[in-house]
Design a protein around this ligand. Structure first.
Ligand code: PLP
Length: 414
């Protein structure tokens, strides 16, 4: 897949998945829409149907050249052998899970997993007879080992975790899973450009391409990329049996978004860190949950395993700050939208207190939490907006002497 592995991400994003002169010389692949595939004659159709499912296109649900171009680019970015495009990030989580699990099987999920993934485990997988155990996202391999049983088929990872951004020791946990014969599935959406899943022992890497690859908050799409083709066949099989199909127009939009993703992420990472550092200096803030910020939780693992960061992070406020005050703060912002999803060009703020569930231990934060996504606006304007909103709520909006230069709170147990 990686025909030019020595090139940097931006170069690969510019060149992968292009048809060259085969698309009438146009730079971009065409949008192929279609359900029926026609044959020259009956014999040709019969010959096609006899081929392995991954070697013959016999119906639209198997995808078109547009899907395959996107699959090539995503496989290239993630460093996997093959990729399956799915209709949303959530479908990219649930489809591989259905491909690996059946009645009587056991699944290990991090406690900080994306909420709808947890819901899927608690509803559909439970009805199918699949048991899910939740483990502390920061668990070491020693802590996780006793949770594996004879029926444990999948270890799921999501690093950093949703909303609270715990960084997982992926190589250690993946090695443990492999020694117990379990497949390792990871939601790698946060680290799309910065974490190489297959170099760290992952078998299936899941992306909500809706986020930075789409990049413009106008498309829902997902992918599952695999370390080797045996895993791809399992995922592909599940996708075909479920009738999973992403619109070719959405594939095309995502391909278009991917071409500029490296540049956007460079800028958004820098702006995100600038805003995160501003929050870390505010006396009302207990902890900034941004793994790339020195002193933040998970920073050492991030430094070891990641080559960069995106622009999504959390802010845990002090215990004496009320949830209502954080709502007023968010309401007073003028440059931040209030809404879910992330990875677009626009900044977002989302109070998440009450939406974050834990079953493997206590929530680590006594005060309210707000999630921020930093877009492509000028960071100085965003910080000015945050300052004016802080003044509206009666917070100082300026760093206190005690917190100047601080990136993390003095109490490491918070
Ligand atoms: C970590 C993570 N995984 C998966 C998804 C699901 O993606 P989609 O919105 O495309 O279904 C999201 C969406 O917010 C997410 O944050």
């Amino acid at each position: 897949m990686a025909d030019v592995p020595q090139h940097g991400l931006a170069t690969r994003l510019s060149h992968a998945g292009r048809a060259g002169t085969k698309a009438h010389g146009f730079v971009n692949p065409a949008v192929h829409r279609g359900s029926t595939v026609l044959y020259e004659d009956v014999a040709q159709r019969r010959a096609y149907l006899k081929r392995r499912f991954d070697q013959a296109l016999t119906y639209g649900t198997q995808g078109s050249a547009t899907h395959h171009a996107l699959e090539d680019v995503v496989a290239e970015v993630e460093g996997g052998t093959r990729c399956q495009i799915l209709c949303s990030g959530l479908a990219a989580v649930t489809t591989p899970l259905l491909g690996y699990l059946g009645a009587g099987d056991h699944l290990l999920m991090p406690d900080s997993v994306y909420g709808p993934t947890r819901l899927f485990c608690e509803t559909m997988l439970k009805r199918m007879g699949v048991a899910t155990s939740y483990y502390r996202a920061e668990a070491t391999a020693e802590e996780l080992a006793p949770l594996f049983g004879r029926q444990t088929r999948v270890l799921f990872l999501e690093s950093p975790g949703s909303h609270t951004f715990e960084v997982q020791d992926v190589p250690a946990l993946a090695a443990l899973a492999r020694s117990r014969g379990a497949a390792v599935l990871m939601d790698n959406t946060w680290g799309i450009h910065a974490f190489q899943p297959f170099a760290h022992g992952v078998d299936v890497s899941i992306q909500a391409l809706t986020k930075y690859p789409g990049g413009h908050s106008d498309v829902l799409i997902g992918s599952a990329t695999t370390r080797e083709d045996a895993h791809w066949r399992r995922v592909r099989d599940a996708a075909l049996q479920l009738g999973q199909y992403a619109s070719p127009d959405d594939c095309w939009l995502t391909l278009r978004g991917l071409r500029t993703m490296a540049v956007r992420l460079d800028r958004q990472m820098a702006s995100g860190l600038e805003v995160a550092a501003w929050f870390a200096r505010q006396p009302e803030v207990a902890r900034v949950l941004h793994p790339a910020l020195p002193g933040a939780p998970g920073h050492a693992l991030w430094q070891r395993d990641f080559s960069g960061a995106c622009s999504l992070f959390g802010v845990a406020f002090q215990p004496d700050i009320t949830v209502e005050a954080t709502h007023c703060f968010v309401d007073a912002l003028t440059l931040f939208g209030i809404g879910a999803s992330w990875g677009g060009y626009e900044s977002l703020a989302l109070p998440t207190t009450g939406f974050v569930q834990r079953s493997a231990g206590e929530m680590a934060f006594a005060g309210p939490i707000v999630r921020f996504h930093i877009g492509l606006e000028d960071p100085a304007d965003l910080i000015a907006d945050l300052k004016q909103a802080a003044l509206v709520v009666g917070w100082s909006g300026v760093p206190s002497a005690a917190h100047e230069g601080r990136h993390a709170p003095s109490d490491p147990s918070v």
